[in-house]
Design a protein around this ligand. Sequence first.
Ligand SMILES: Cc1ncc(COP(=O)(O)O)c(C=O)c1O
Length: 386
Amino acid sequence: MTRPLNRVYTELPISVFEVMSQLAREHDAINLGQGFPDDPGPEDLRRKAAEAVVDGNNQYPPMMGLLELRSAVAAHYQRWHGLALDPASEIMITSGATEAIAGALFGLIEPGDEVVAFAPAYDAYLPLIRRAGGIPRIVRLEPPHWRLTEDALRSAFNARTKVVCFNNPQNPAAVVYPREDLELLARFCKEFDVIAVCDEVWEHVLFDGREHTPLMTLPGMRERTVKVGSAGKIFSLTGWKVGFVCAAAPILRVLGKAHQFLTFTTPPNLQAAVAYGLGKDDAFFHDLRRDLQRSRDRLAKGLASIGFPVIPSQGTYFLNVDIKPLGLNETDEAFCKRLVAEHRVAAIPVSSLYEDDPVTSVIRFCFAKRDATIDEALERLSHAVR
Ligand SMILES: Cc1ncc(COP(=O)(O)O)c(C=O)c1O
């Protein structure tokens, strides 16, 4: 076979998560790179899913998702954010947020459209934008605050901008954007008639009493936002890959056609269990936050006490360390490779989540782990920086 294969994928390097996980296996390391919890997830949800497989209908569910789950998503966002969404025409269920984002980009972008994206970011966005024929215009974010600025947005948005792909709370930065930044972004979306694909998978993983503001709730954004969520993150069941897309009916109608030929549907038992989970009382979601916040604090305090300069984490399963003040004279990537080989703890070099002009001093640790795992990692790292 001599014909070139698709360039977007042939030119894509192996994902940093795969590289670091492979190194973690080779060195028998604790893997704080990839973001999944040690915890098996809420038992009642897992039992609901099991019961639905045994007793329920296992044939193709409706393409847009079980009405029971779409209604549960609508009720959940009404309760938490006062959002009024019509389950029949404004909510669709997908196989994870990644499929939702792929479908949204494929459904919205015409070849040659510009798409504003941010760096560092979840690594699926850029290949999907390009595969959809879009041209990414990247806004570079910097530690420790990773804020949006008028100047940066002004240099990225123009009359050719069709879509902005935004993530809040942000992975890997672990920030929850303040309303001021959301208002700034909304102002640009309205000025340039742009649709925001807003990846809000971390909407419930917030700390220190923070609250999530969906971009869709800002004035003028209801009709131009595609809101993406993920049950995997909400319930610490990352393998389930049940996503939700909320958008005004004229947009969702088109995204449904993209979804139709991506996965068409999502396992019905998982949909039924997620519908049950979304209906749980507020205390359940606050308890999840409290438990993760405890783990965040355990890792943050431990890292600080052994000399790692920790950047506070406001949300997500992650916290970052900026190694610049240590004056080690090595990049984040070299540092991560040394950590995994010499100290047997794997982390993610954040530079790999930029395409150009990366920040090269930040490394990301996942703290969604048992106390014993965190303590063992800290013990192994105790002499890593001094
Ligand atoms: C910002 C962001 N979006 C999407 C995803 C993936 O979500 P899902 O597993 O539902 O596809 C992740 C997973 O880490 C993420 O961090």
